[in-house]
Design a protein around this ligand. Structure first.
Ligand SMILES: NC(=O)c1ccc[n+]([C@@H]2O[C@H](COP(=O)([O-])OP(=O)(O)OC[C@H]3O[C@@H](n4cnc5c(N)ncnc54)[C@H](OP(=O)(O)O)[C@@H]3O)[C@@H](O)[C@H]2O)c1
Length: 282
């Protein structure tokens, strides 16, 4: 069975490619940019753009399973039905979609209720065996703090003491690998969270612990945070993100049992992510 991983250079795609390759799967990794130096031996990387579905045709050659993600900030440029049609006509029989918890918890938002739901619907209607992964916020969003920690040993973030059960992208990757390799996940929606609530202040402390040096925490106002986020996210996505970070619903603070049920172990804590990625903050 050949498996195509989209977003293969991203926070989830990179560990997913490693897990699948280590399990002996034939993997095609794809993204718009070039692959990194750490692509495992035997994995082929092909450049393709989800916004241009025809560029995907050669990527699917000989594959039967697809890990699909929406292209992040450019998701609104992608027509998920076209992507799924190209995949199906090339022989893809199983699709695992990286969606978002926000599709359920923020149905009226443009990004989750609009774009996110359109990906889910395209996959459900594809005729393939489908599995949908709905993670909450990623621990790797802390990369946004890397520059200020490296240069000033400072984290600036809003809503310092509001907890969310952020998930380690490596756990999402392991769940995705299970769903791609094992037909028992067909027709299932998995909700993926970390093992406990953590606040931005606690996550900054975990980075300080990993560094072995103090890190100052500066609480931003909502407006300061909005201004900063608008530099790299579209406006509607910023508003939904601020709403989740500042006033999460009970569903967004719930610890899901799904990672432990599927992997047979507890999800990784944020401190674990911080230790494994401390080089980005040195
Ligand atoms: N971050 C969160 O808190 C969060 C929460 C829930 C769900 N999600 C979802 O998780 C996914 C990954 O998020 P992330 O922050 O981890 O992203 P990321 O690390 O930036 O990874 C995105 C990957 O997609 C590729 N990509 C982007 N646009 C593409 C396009 N048009 N065609 C083909 N490949 C494209 C990127 O490589 P190139 O740029 O080289 O193409 C990269 O490999 C997103 O789809 C997001 O909606 C994220």
């Amino acid at each position: 069975m050949g498996i195509v991983v989209t977003g293969a250079t991203g926070n989830v795609g990179r560990p997913l490619v490693r897990v699948l390759a280590a399990a002996g799967e034939r993997v095609t990794a794809t993204s718009r940019g070039i692959s990194g130096d750490d692509t495992p031996d035997g994995v082929r990387h092909r450049r393709a753009d989800l916004a241009e579905p025809d560029s995907l045709r050669p990527v699917f050659d000989g594959a039967t399973a697809l890990f699909l993600q929406d292209g992040g900030a450019g998701a609104h440029l992608v027509d998920p039905r076209q992507v799924v049609d190209v995949a199906r006509s090339a022989g893809i029989e199983r699709v695992v979609l990286l969606s978002s918890q926000g599709v359920a918890t923020r149905p009226r938002s443009v990004s989750h209720g609009g774009t996110g739901r359109s990906f889910e619907e395209a996959v459900r209607q594809s005729g393939a065996d489908w599995t949908i992964l709905r993670p909450g916020g990623f621990g790797s969003n802390a990369y946004a703090w890397a520059d200020s920690v490296r240069t000033r040993r400072t984290v600036a973030a809003p809503f310092a003491d509001v907890g969310l059960p952020v998930i380690d992208p490596a756990d999402i990757a392991e769940v995705a690998a299970a769903a791609l390799r094992d037909g028992g996940h067909a027709g299932r929606v998995h909700e993926l969270t970390g093992p406990a609530l953590s606040t931005p202040r606690q996550r900054a402390e975990a980075i300080a612990d990993a560094l072995g040096e103090p890190v100052r925490f500066v609480e931003q106002t909502r407006d300061e945070a909005r201004e900063q986020m608008l530099r790299f996210m579209p406006g509607p996505v910023v508003e939904t993100t601020l709403a989740i970070l500042g006033a999460p619903t009970p569903a967004e603070q719930r610890i899901s049992p799904d990672v432990a049920r599927i992997l047979g172990r507890e999800p990784r804590a944020f401190a674990d992510w911080a230790r494994r990625h401390v080089a980005a903050f040195r």
